[in-house]
Design a protein around this ligand. Structure first.
Ligand SMILES: [Fe+2]
Length: 399
């Protein structure tokens, strides 16, 4: 045998082994580094007659923007929307939101997210990686002339996303115009992923890329070492968690009732300031109910995590200072505000308090932790239906 064959064979094997090594490394890289992608969302927040916010998260740090166009228009008609702060576009972030302005009322739009992965972000060198462009999603701005609404409300999901999906299905979410979560959708917030796995991802799967959900904070969502990032998931132009939402002739007021115990309770470790916060909201509420928008609304619905009544059983159990403080500060204002219905959670027990049952001049629904309410607002009346996870109708009434 030609002796020179062996080195050649050895060289070939080396080359083959070398190729195998590269292939193996690439496979390993493919396993350890999944392709750049959209990780969460997009979901809509604070859609009004002329604006909407898109929230998203990519799998890696990136430079992202939203493209928006009238529904069905050519791609070339899309305009680019970015978040700009102090002269700099948001960049080198995975989680982000973009407020789209200058929309027309009662109009349909298509939007998509375009994102460029940022591999390096040095002072004088930026290296982009892969790019993604999502499919187009469609949404509508609020129609100020719309009469009535079909509204879904639930609360106290406490991280059980499957339960949320079940309740949405049972309440026929496809025919709802608006979705409100009345607090305690999580037990606490101690990781960035938790809000997504608890309820945001499920909402996106079913509707939230096209119709926004609005959140009212529950007392559990004030707990945990990431509770202070709560509002970044649900951004509002005014930076507040509480607020009002006008859907045509329906005024929704969202109160943030805070914690249920005294500020000096050991659970809070001296880190809460809810007494002052509730006072601030009460003053805001007094002003809101004097506005033309509030007074002219045909329906006025309040959503609050704490019910604005506390039945005897709870009063006797122990002192609930924070809950009581919310009632003391909000109820007198609400009693003068021609409220049609207050929807709440917190107690985990369904109960319907008739108007006038405990100093309340409007009915108060406590929907329980295994149920959801559907409100049909038509012809000046509220058709209320409360359904639990077994499909049992707990309440059906016309208010
Ligand atoms: Fe709860």
């Amino acid at each position: 045998m030609n002796k020179s064959f062996f080195p050649l064979l050895a060289g070939t094997c080396s080359l083959l082994l070398s190729f195998a090594g590269v292939a193996s490394a690439q496979q390993h890289e493919a396993v350890s580094n999944p392709p750049f992608a959209l990780l969460h969302g997009p979901y809509l927040q604070e859609v009004t007659t002329e604006a909407a916010t898109v929230v998203y998260e990519t799998s890696d740090k990136a430079f992202s923007w939203v493209e928006v166009k009238p529904h069905g228009a050519a791609d070339e008609e899309a305009r680019r929307c970015l978040t700009s702060r102090d002269g700099l576009f948001d960049a080198y972030n995975a989680f982000g939101s973009v407020r789209i302005h200058n929309l027309q009322p009662a109009s349909q739009y298509d939007y998509r997210i375009v994102s460029k992965q940022m591999l390096q972000f040095q002072p004088y060198k930026v290296t982009f990686g892969d790019s993604i462009t999502t499919p187009w999603y469609t949404f509508s701005t609020i129609n100020p002339k719309k009469k009535g609404a079909s509204i879904f409300v639930t609360s106290d999901i406490h991280g059980d996303a499957a339960k949320l999906e079940k309740l949405l299905q049972l309440a026929d979410y496809r025919s709802c115009d608006a979705f409100f979560y009345a607090g305690d959708m999580m037990n606490y917030i101690n990781s960035h992923e938790l809000p997504f796995t608890s309820f945001i991802d499920s909402s996106v799967k079913l509707f939230a890329s096209s119709i926004p959900f609005e959140v009212v904070r529950g007392n559990h969502e004030t707990r945990g070492n990431m509770a202070r990032s709560y509002s970044t998931y649900f951004p509002k132009e005014n930076g507040k968690i509480y607020g009002s939402y006008l859907l045509g002739d329906v005024m929704i007021v969202m109160l943030d009732s805070g914690e249920d115990k005294r500020e000096d309770h050991w659970v809070y470790a001296g880190l809460t300031n809810f007494d002052a916060y509730r006072s601030e909201q009460a003053e805001w509420l007094k002003q809101l109910i004097q506005t033309e928008a509030y007074r002219k609304a045909r329906y006025r619905i309040i959503i609050s995590h704490f019910p604005m009544v506390m039945d005897t059983q709870w009063k006797e159990e122990k002192e609930w200072y924070g809950w009581d403080d919310a009632i003391r500060k909000f109820l007198p204002v609400l009693n003068e505000a021609n409220v049609d219905l207050l929807v709440s959670g917190h107690t985990h027990r369904y109960f319907y308090h008739e108007k006038g049952s405990d100093g309340n001049r409007f009915p108060v629904l406590k929907q329980g932790h295994d149920s959801a309410a559907r409100l049909e607002l038509h012809d000046g009346k509220i058709h209320l239906k409360v359904i639990d996870t077994k499909g049992t109708i707990l309440k059906e009434a016309i208010l």
